[in-house]
Design a binder for this molecule. Structure first.
Ligand code: G3H
Ligand code: 13P
Ligand code: ZN
Length: 317
């Protein structure tokens, strides 16, 4: 069942975090639903601008609607990831999305507030909620690259002002994580002192963590052993840190890169092991099963595993 993101946040706040997983195609969607049902977890499907144009946005909508029918006991929200203003309006008008993210974090504070406020007005008029971003994560998001020295953590006092002025419903904060497979070198991790300080300025307000992939070392080395050339030694977020962050108000944990690594490893290994194969279905089948396993394991770290029945009851009230 597709529900408002707000309803999922109400249930999760301070107890667990929802996995927010990006999808681009059918196989990812199958793995996501299988893994979430296996772990009995509510979740958030994220669609980026790039995903909307990879095939056609209507294809993703159709796949999600079909999955909703195939798994009537599932509970999830559909969210636009890293939207610009125009894409937010398109998604709000479409009637399909539960929430949108307006990412104007690269603009100056006042401009970020003004853009977010416009999107909030349009979204609230249609019953959608809005995630905004303040601070700057490292890595690559959409077409903007931010290097380590230019990334800056979210200021807690500014966060409080930003939420009050913009009216947004959740806030993506820069708390030490970064996007992509080449996370910061060395000791990257969640700055828990910063999360605590932001939560104390915004008690009860849902926070969002982007760049939450862990970039498992064994996944990267398997990819490279099968002919890949990924840079080794990058370190993502330790999944053991998801739940402690959730207890501090992080309700949504964005994971995309790790799923791409699963896809890459499965396809490289499958074609290497079967060089005579040219059929998409054998690796596709393995990917769906492996992605489902991955999703279930992430949901267990997030604490969302086992919450489905209770969240369903909350959503049905
Ligand atoms: O943070 C960005 C997400 O990983 C989406 O990536 O824009 O390549 O779809 P994408
Ligand atoms: P990762 O690149 O760490 O998976 O982060 C994804 C993300 O933040 C999507 O918005
Ligand atoms: Zn992101």
């Amino acid at each position: 069942m597709i529900v408002p993101t707000r309803v999922l946040f109400e249930h999760a706040y301070g107890k667990y975090a929802l996995g927010a997983y990006n999808i681009n195609n059918l196989e990812q969607t199958m793995g996501l639903f299988e893994g979430s049902m296996e772990s009995q977890a509510p979740f958030i499907i994220q669609i980026s601008k790039g995903a909307r144009s990879y095939t056609d946005k209507s294809m993703l909508e159709a796949i999600i609607r079909a999955a909703d029918q195939k798994w009537p006991d599932s509970l999830f929200a559909v969210h636009l990831d890293h939207g610009d203003e125009q894409t937010c309006y398109e998604c709000i008008e479409s009637g399909f999305y539960s929430s949108v993210m307006i990412d104007a974090s690269h603009d100056p504070f006042e401009e970020n507030v003004a853009i977010t406020k416009r999107v909030v007005e349009a979204a609230h008029a249609k019953g959608l909620s809005v995630e905004a971003e303040l601070g700057m994560l490292g890595g690559v998001e959409e077409d903007i690259a931010v290097d380590e020295k230019n990334a800056c953590l979210t200021d807690p006092i500014e966060a409080k002002d930003f939420v009050a002025q913009s009216g947004c419903d959740s806030l993506a904060c820069a708390i030490g994580t970064s996007h992509g497979a080449y996370k910061f070198s060395g000791g990257q991790g969640i700055h828990f002192d910063r999360v605590t300080a932001i939560q104390s300025q915004l008690p009860g307000f849902p926070l969002v963590m982007h760049g939450s992939s862990s970039v498992p070392a064994d996944e990267v080395s398997r990819i490279n052993a099968a002919g890949g050339k990924l840079k080794e030694g990058a370190k993502g977020v330790d999944p053991e840190q998801y739940l402690p962050a959730a207890k501090l108000g992080v309700c949504k944990v964005n994971i995309d890169t790790d799923g791409r690594l699963v896809w890459c490893r499965v396809h490289r290994e499958s074609f290497n092991a079967n060089p005579e194969n040219f059929d998409l279905r054998p690796p596709g089948k393995i990917f769906m099963a492996e992605y489902a396993k991955f999703i279930a394991s992430r949901n267990r770290y997030l604490g969302s595993a086992g919450q489905l029945a209770d969240a369903f009851a909350h959503a049905s009230r």
